[in-house]
Design a protein around this ligand. Structure first.
Ligand code: AHR
Length: 653
């Protein structure tokens, strides 16, 4: 994102408009301090949907690296003709988490070759190093050479390396090389040279340049988007993926930690969820597992918020529930997770965390039980779950689901029951048209200030203006989200956390749109909604202060929405104003309750000429923040709010 810093003498710019237009007078009173804003207020929702993890943020380039997909050779293609053959073997009894491997026979002084297609190709960058690894053994003791080549779709070689294998025991072999060209959709040839019988498994290729340079690491550009948000929390691993289509397919964190080769792959529920967006090659390798999620949270300064299955599969699919008397393993998973995150290195799960490289605790403070679960069966299971966790960890904050919708019978029943049970935090979801967001800027004004807190856990403006996935992330949706978020901020005594959903989408492998960040194998861009989220998160503040227009909160009168807060750490006043009208509006904002303000302030402006505008791979920063400096005169600012605009003002106190 390119930041511009322009100095504008405001009075000159606005004076010609002042006579012709209505002036909207707003009053900010710094002395009228209201809700404290939680440090976790604005955060991130992460789910492995739209190839967000495998094929996305998890930087592994080889698809189906250990032949565990339903079709063991999916993603792989044998060369034809070939100097050898391949047989998939299954050692399930000896190794249930990673049963399959490939036995390759090479004869007649030829070689065996097969190619991996990657996740819609492999994104390769010229001059970057790539780290290849494979677990292998020579069955009859012959020595062999493994040759790895990266090739373009036309077959041109853009990188290669070799490594010798020897010995009858399983060993991991590694090689590295530098790519000579950039390619969006490269393939990897895997070749074994020399006669013999060789077993291979976990055939892997990573860029060396991952986030923090970690092995088994994450894609740097994608993590950077998250770090730039300075998020208060990160929720993981979802979403519906927590529940699974059936209980067998639920997310089980214990199967996602430890050595990567021992993490048991399962089908991704988004593989088959939408017939029109079927993604037959979508599985969860769990290379990005709970340890990596905790590390990611720590890296980007976000509180970790894991959501666990509470004994119920997705109620839109099988609606399977475990009998209440069978809940214990689920509860134990939750208790053990707390030990994994926070326990001493002398505890079973704390030791595993230390063995994986993180002796210090991750300091987990909150945990979700269930995602979009509903009905009596949820309340019943949640009660047992909550009792067991609170007994052992009374300070652990528990997030409860209020179902799929923010209104209606299902919501009302859950909301009442959860509040009766004094739930710590209630997770509300709303995927709604932009108009809903505008109408609901006051949604939380009437909520009980002393009851359960709210986590706006999944939301996004769903516009009907287009059927093109990427274009669903238009300015219409983002602007309405910004207007709504002023209402969340104003109600920060009720709203503890909020996150847009879903987070990531691969342009060639998505199932759900709109999404916050789009990417292909090489590049990524933030949508207008991303910049709205970032502007709120980067301008969080610590305490809400009063901002009014004609003595009322600013919740849509004359198409204007506003909130204000102070940031005690930087001693600044932060004002957010959204103009949803397609015309300029004159604002005159007066400040009371502070000493004399300085003569200038910083404005961050996000705007677009029309509601259908979007960002795209071609024009990634079409709608992106513009920084300017504006004048303050005697504790007043006069500013022209551009048509369809969102502004943040920061003023030193
Ligand atoms: O964000 C996509 C999906 O929407 C989530 O998995 C689910 O919780 C919701 O229905």
């Amino acid at each position: 994102m390119k930041k511009k810093l322009i100095f504008i003498s405001m009075m000159a710019v606005v004076s010609m408009h002042l006579h012709a237009q209505t002036i909207h007078k707003m009053a900010v009173d710094v002395n009228k301090q209201m809700a404290g804003i939680s440090p976790t207020m604005w955060g991130i929702f992460f789910e492995d949907i739209n190839l967000a993890a495998d094929g996305g943020i998890y930087a592994e380039l080889v698809k189906n690296r250990s032949f565990e997909f339903n079709m063991p050779m999916m993603g792989w293609k044998e060369a034809k003709p070939n100097g050898g053959s391949i047989l998939i073997l299954n050692r399930a009894i000896e190794n249930p988490a990673n049963p399959r491997f490939a036995r390759i026979t090479v004869k007649n002084d030829k070689s065996f070759a097969m190619a991996n297609e990657g996740f819609r190709g492999m994104g390769i960058k010229k001059g970057n190093s790539y780290n290849f690894s494979v677990w292998a053994k020579s069955v009859n003791g012959n020595n062999a050479v493994i040759r790895v080549e990266l090739v373009t779709p036309k077959g041109d070689k853009i990188g290669e390396g070799t490594v010798g294998i020897n010995g009858k025991g399983w060993k991991q072999y590694k090689l590295s090389f530098v790519a000579t060209e950039t390619e969006l959709k490269a393939k990897m040839n895997f070749i074994i040279e020399n006669n013999g019988l060789y077993d291979v498994d976990m055939i892997s290729l990573f860029p060396a340049d991952t986030w923090q340079g970690r092995a088994n690491g994450l894609r740097k550009d994608l993590v950077q988007w998250l770090a730039d948000m300075k998020p208060g929390f990160i929720r993981f691993p979802g979403g519906c993926i927590v529940e699974g289509r059936d209980l067998n397919n639920r997310y089980q964190w214990k199967k996602t930690v430890g050595n990567v080769e021992d993490r048991q792959l399962i089908i991704n529920r988004w593989n088959t969820e939408f017939a029109s967006r079927s993604t037959p090659d979508y599985f969860q390798s769990f290379g990005l597992g709970f340890y990596e999620y905790f590390l990611l949270a720590e890296d980007i300064g976000a509180e970790p918020l894991p959501i666990l299955n509470c004994g119920m599969a997705c109620q839109f699919n099988t609606a399977e529930a475990v009998p209440t008397e069978g809940l214990q393993p689920y509860i134990q998973d939750a208790l053990d997770l707390i030990e994994f995150a926070n326990g001493g290195t002398g505890t079973k799960w704390g030791k595993l965390r230390a063995d994986m490289g993180h002796p210090k605790p991750f300091n987990l403070k909150m945990l979700g039980a269930g995602n979009e679960n509903w009905g009596e069966q949820y309340i019943e299971r949640l009660r047992i779950f909550t009792k067991a966790i609170k007994e052992k960890y009374p300070n652990m904050q528990l997030v409860n689901s209020s179902g799929t919708d923010p209104e209606g019978d299902r919501f009302n029943y859950l909301n009442n029951e959860l509040r009766k049970n004094k739930a710590d935090i209630i997770d509300e979801h709303y995927y709604k048209p932009p108009t809903w967001f505008l109408q609901n800027a006051k949604r939380y004004d009437g909520y009980d200030r002393n009851g359960s807190k709210v986590f706006a856990g999944e939301y996004a403006g769903h516009t009907k203006l287009t059927n093109v996935a990427e274009k669903k992330n238009n300015w219409d949706a983002a602007l309405a989200e910004a207007a709504f978020m002023t209402g969340l901020e104003r109600n920060a005594d009720v709203i503890k956390m909020a996150s847009y959903a879903p987070l990531f989408a691969h342009i060639d492998g998505w199932q759900w749109a709109p999404d916050l960040i789009w990417f292909d194998n090489l590049v990524s861009y933030g949508t207008p909604s991303y910049y709205v989220q970032k502007m709120f998160s980067n301008n969080k503040g610590t305490k809400v202060v009063s901002i009014t227009m004609n003595d009322s909160t600013v919740t849509g009168q004359d198409s204007l929405y506003a909130s204000a807060c102070i940031d005690k750490s930087s001693n600044e006043l932060i004002v957010k104003v959204v103009n949803t009208l397609g015309k300029e509006q004159m604002l005159d904002i007066g400040f009371t309750g502070s000493n004399k303000l300085p003569t200038t302030m910083r404005q961050t402006l996000l705007r677009a000429a029309s509601l259908t505008e979007v960002n795209s791979f071609e024009v990634a920063a079409n709608i992106s923040p513009i920084e300017t400096e504006l004048a303050i005169n005697n504790n007043r600012i006069e500013v022209t709010a551009a048509p369809y605009s969102f502004m943040v003002f920061r003023i030193k106190l």
